[in-house]
Design a protein around this ligand. Sequence first.
Ligand code: NDP
Ligand code: 8X3
Length: 256
Amino acid sequence: MALLSQKTALITGATSGIGLATARALAQAGCRLVLTGRRAQRLKALVKEFSELTAVHSLCFDVRDRKATTQMISQLPEEFSQIDILINNAGNAHGLDSFEDANLDDWDAMIDINVKGLLYVSKAVIPQMIKRKTGHVIHLGSTAGKEIYPKGNVYCASKHAVDALNHAMRIDLNGKGIKVSAIHPGLVETEFSEVRFKGDKARAQQVYKGYNPLQPEDIAEIIVFVLSRPPHVNIADLMVMCLDQASSTIVNKTVE
Ligand code: NDP
Ligand code: 8X3
């Protein structure tokens, strides 16, 4: 892990799930961390927890707010301002409704957070990577960015956009010394479904019942693997599901 211990990583959506597990794994690897999210109390607690392991700083903002995103990142203290690793993770599904029943606010949220927010953060971070001719951007896509499932409509579209932007950035940044990778997980047991179902915990828990879903730590381990390849190796695109999942709609639910 010698390589990672000299790097600074900015993780969006570090307050829960995959982002939090990734922050833990990178803190253990000795990476300097910039943690972002909207929940200030959680960020405060995480800074306290991780500061025993590494240098850590938090930024509390909503990625939908273009001005706040740009300002916060541009005003990072000097020791955190050279970002080597950007984990574009913040995102969620909002609702699971057919096209005719879906709510426009949910659609706005998914496009604004999963797509536009990712763009605002990337635009604030990548120029200094270009100047230094080094960096690694990792996108959290989804199997929903590779296929479409019933009622997934706009969430799937937002993750297809992430897949497209992963390709686009790799093309436009080619020759500039910056790696661009995407990880596309299937079902991972996080707060994702609780957000999708607007706080309905019982419905959210059902999503992960009857089989062994991926855990956020499984994805964090893969992120550490992707980040720790030799300088000439870029893992461009990686899809990962639990053993019981074959596609977005085929999940072998056999456990009581
Ligand atoms: P969680 O709900 O556990 O975490 C989502 C994170 O995103 C939180 O830290 C949240 O922080 C942050 N976030 C959400 N909205 C905003 C916003 N507007 N501004 C800033 N931060 C925001 O879900 P996951 O860990 O599962 O999701 C992480 C990523 O992985 C997402 O992009 C998701 O689409 C993707 N993914 C998830 C899968 C799953 O099955 N769980 C599978 C495939 C991909 P806060 O609330 O503090 O702002
Ligand atoms: C999260 C996985 O299948 O709920 O991206 O869309 S799924």
